[in-house]
Design a protein around this ligand. Sequence first.
Ligand code: ADP
Length: 427
Amino acid sequence: MKVIHVASEMHPIAKVGGLADVVHGLSKELIRMGHEVEVVLPKYETLLLSHVKDLQKIDSRWHGKVDHVPVTFLEMENISLKSIYGEPDDPSRFIAFCKAAASYIKKADIIHLHDWPTSLLATLTDHKTVLTIHNMQHQGLCAGGIGLPDPINPDQTNLLRTGIENADSVTTVSPTYAKEILSTQKGCNLQAVLKKKGVTGILNGIDTDWWDPKIDPNLLVHFPPNVAQAKMQNRIALQKKLQMAPPKGKLVAAITRLDPQKGPTLIRAGLHHTLEKGHQFILLGTPSTAEMEKEFSTLQKEYANNPNVHFHFEFDHALGHMLYASSSLILIPSIFEPCGLTQMLAMRYGTLPLVRKTGGLADTVFEKINGFVFEKPDAVELTRALDRAFTCSNSKWEILQKNALESDFSWTASAKRYLTEYRTTLS
Ligand code: ADP
């Protein structure tokens, strides 16, 4: 089968969030299974080209390979590609990209679209399309005329809605989120459209080659077999490098975009509680707004003289890997979470997730099995869950950690489900 992903992100060359990991991981796995795959991306100026092999230019297109996945980069006349998102007119940039992709793609069994940036392509191609929704909150609202109107403001076009109505099939990134987005509360005004269309939930996988504590070049000490010892050695080195106090109690991490979706108030409450109980905390977080930046830099100032906490507000791959390998717990108190990769990455590195029961977190983390779970988005429930973790006996912790380490979150199972979806779409 020939599958072409048309996307706005791809790990590791153009990454903002989990969408990038899905495009990369699913493509690699489909190729491994013997299928023909290509990824089509905008030729951003910020692409990390050191990860692209055999790059060559043919007319206005660039072709190369990322981890053996053929990738085509498109340039569009008079369209700024300075950054992935955040330019004054993102919808127009991605509409131009969809048009360029439609005229580039000549032959495919399935064109796989991702979120609002590439949704419009469903109306511009005769090929069969599958649209994956990674996050309902972002819908690509723009001036009317090109796609379907927005249900709330009919003068505007809603690119995601256009994609949902016109794609041959629609999926989202976890079974629980697939149910949640049919509700008024989480459907972001598109619940009726989704109900009519039908949506399949397929849990994301993680790239187990890239995220492998046995060989990860970012770690000081690899594991297994000696998980506890290796994690502690990594932790000692990391805390020293970050000029923190030596290890004391548990190390709690948060590795996240600092965004209302991720429960910033709960992250703050979790940080306070962790330190109050004599444990340590590292926050690796990228603020998504000026407000978030202000809120968290105030928190950083509050703890300026506390050596048991460290704040890092950049997107830092290497620190992320080392932090997964060094931490005891990862805090993920999301208000909603379509799938979430951090809980799966953490488990692969023997770090227990402490999560709110929502979306993909509810499908992957289970209390008393492989982590700690709370339901209501409030600080009382969160601190109770933290206390359960802090008072968990060593023997019980080892069982949870073993279960976490043995979980199979590789792309194999997810890719098989996508293939079933592609075949149903083609039949
Ligand atoms: P989302 O896509 O909503 O941001 P996910 O959990 O699906 O959340 O994916 C987040 C990915 O980004 C994970 O691979 C996580 O390790 C990584 N990540 C998030 N913030 C940072 C950061 N500041 N530095 C390094 N990696 C980060």
